[in-house]
Design a protein around this ligand. Structure first.
Ligand SMILES: Cc1cc2nc3c(=O)[nH]c(=O)nc-3n(C[C@H](O)[C@H](O)[C@H](O)COP(=O)(O)OP(=O)(O)OC[C@H]3O[C@@H](n4cnc5c(N)ncnc54)[C@H](O)[C@@H]3O)c2cc1C
Length: 317
């Protein structure tokens, strides 16, 4: 059976999520004696990076018309190169990839399972555990069509090296992409992509004002973390919208989420409660966030954050 995987790149550079999706596809292929075919649109990075995680073949789509992202046009391109009426197509659960996946499922008549968090329990029929209800629950989803498209929750499986001798094939396409018009493009202000970050330091209205974010950034820099914020903080303009996490912002699942001065409203939790470890720093011992925390510190962030930063600096020597 063919195992395809969509290897997402940003401005030609492969995302960590692409390596994780290839690693996931490889683990399925290995169990069934199959091979992995990665598909990417206009990458500039070398295909060697995908062979390293187990891609036996890389279909490198070259199409000038796909310079601007459009879920429909990208789905059409992936559809053109992934022929066949059955099989498995893996996508990372990134914003772009998870908007291509449903369109492709319609085009192919495949089942769609989003937010998978483990390798499949069975391949035929395809059944896998997935995150449901904004991370509040889990379910076992079973595909009913002959083919299945699966999006894999970021950081759930991890990036696993499994080098193979791969081969690349260039696919020159010219997919119509007339319905895309770029109005504005907001780039995250942090050095790290928030959705890919393993550690996130996030802050809320408890920080009192934008002038106090220096200590959040210092801590984040020290930990190699991305910065995030609650919705009101980006609504007031203290931080860019690209940092807003939650039900109406980005959904993230880092290994460590540090929440500073955030109350823990249900809409905020919806975007962060899949994080592996949650540390909450809040002056109010009754703050709802403590119920979802693995570690909680009750106290004033303005005292705790600089002290914590100093302690980590000392530990790092
Ligand atoms: C439809 C809808 C969608 C929404 N979507 C989102 C979303 O996607 N993301 C999101 O974040 N919110 C969302 N919200 C808003 C959400 O309900 C909360 O209002 C918001 O998360 C609160 O932000 P906050 O915790 O920063 O502020 P607050 O609720 O004001 O909490 C501030 C916290 O800081 C603490 N604090 C104060 N001073 C200090 C100090 N010196 N040291 C330590 N702690 C201190 C306080 O004890 C308090 O717990 C949504 C709301 C609606 C209705």
């Amino acid at each position: 059976m063919a195992i395809f995987v969509y290897a997402e790149n940003i401005n030609g550079i492969y995302k960590k999520a692409a390596f994780e999706a290839v690693s996931y596809a490889k683990s399925i292929a290995d169990k069934n004696g199959d091979t992995v075919t990665a598909i990417s649109v206009n990458p500039t990075d070398s295909s060697d990076l995908l062979y390293k995680y187990g891609a036996n073949q890389v279909l490198n789509i070259k199409d000038e018309g796909l310079k601007n992202f459009s879920a429909k046009a990208y789905a059409q391109a992936v559809n053109e190169v992934s022929n066949g009426t059955g099989g498995v197509i893996i996508f990372p659960h990134t914003t772009d990839a998870s908007s291509i996946a449903p369109m492709l499922a319609i085009m192919k008549g495949f089942s769609l399972i989003t937010n998978a968090i483990e390798t499949p329990e069975s391949i035929s029929p395809f059944q896998v555990k997935r995150r449901a209800f904004s991370g509040k629950g889990m379910m076992h989803a079973k595909a009913e069509a002959a083919g299945v498209i699966v999006t894999v929750s970021q950081n759930a499986f991890g990036v696993k090296e499994n080098a193979v001798a791969g081969a690349e094939e260039v696919k020159n396409l010219s997919v119509a992409n007339e319905d895309t018009k770029v109005i504005s493009h907001e780039q995250s202000s942090g050095k790290l992509d928030l959705k890919e970050a393993e550690i996130v330091v996030s802050a809320g209205r408890g920080m009192k004002g934008p002038e106090n974010w220096g200590m959040i950034e210092d801590l984040a820099n020290l930990l190699g973390a991305a910065t995030a914020c609650s919705k009101p903080v980006s609504d007031i303009g203290w931080r860019p919208h690209s940092e807003h996490v939650g039900q109406t912002g980005k959904a993230i699942s880092p290994n460590l989420y540090i929440a500073v001065g955030i109350s823990g409203a249900i809409q905020h939790l919806a975007g962060v409660n899949s994080s592996k470890t949650i540390v909450v720093i809040n002056s109010d011992p009754e703050a709802p966030f403590f119920k979802s925390a693995d570690y909680g510190v009750v106290g004033d962030a303005f005292q705790i954050i600089p002290e914590l930063t100093q302690k980590i600096k000392a530990l790092k020597g």
